[in-house]
Design a protein around this ligand. Sequence first.
Ligand code: SAH
Length: 292
Amino acid sequence: MSNHHFFDSQLDPFKAQQLLHSLKIKPNKKLGQNFLVDKNIAAKLISVANLSKETDEILEVGPGLGCLTSLLVKNTKKVHAIELDKRLYRFLKDETSKNENLNLILGDVLKIEIPSHNKVVSNIPYTITGPLLSKLLFKSNAPEIYMIIEKALADRIMAQPNTEAFSRLSVSVKTFAKPTIIQKIQRKCFYPIPKIELTMIKLIPHGKIDEFFDLEENIKLFLNLLRGIFPYKNKDSVNALYLYLKKFEVSKADTLGLLKSSQKSKKIRAFDLNDFFMIAKEIESQGLLREN
Ligand code: SAH
């Protein structure tokens, strides 16, 4: 049994180091193990999430040493915290046995079925940001998400058309949610100090976007389209689209038929947000990918 009782105390870099040492845990880069050790940043994330003890069911991805978890259980109705590292899971299990509104789960967030929740509040493992957004945000009834991610990714999410950072992440995230940067975070707020810069961001889902997205396979079609054409974002739309669609034996003429005249002379990186989704809809309604 644990005699640490670290869970309710605020961690600082020194305490985190000691605690990890006593647990014989060497922070693992592949698991994105950079623990938040700044109480102001933790408090800020909790405050922007505007939590309710009555209604909020939270998903926390990678609770780690529990510095956010301890604040979440005090301020919400229920917390589902999913941790992949067995040693951290066991530590947290011991420390939190009295917290009845905490559902601690051992598992890989990308692989397991996630309990229902209306908000995500996390300093996530930075290594899985993309796939995690696919699982949590790109669906109907997505939760509000308040999280700390790599700054370079946050910049790509925020990017406007016709800029260098404009990417499929900008399009996919903004199609489903409104992203807002809360603040940049200094690297020294984590232990061990990460090499990358980090940003606190919130993503508020648009709610119902279009009936098209009610079907999971249409969301897949849309995300695959983005993945397929963004490598050609500096090409004219017809060429970019054809380079993707010819793999499905779609002809150039059929490709042309997907585009409105206003879209035809544009490069992919100059497209408006809605253009992407409208092309996905056309591909679906014309049944272009169906026989393959
Ligand atoms: N949120 C904590 C820990 C951040 S470090 C804090 O702010 O201090 C990232 C955490 O995510 C680590 O605890 C790591 O073990 C965990 N993790 C990494 N990959 C995961 C996955 N696929 N599923 C669930 N947890 C994961």
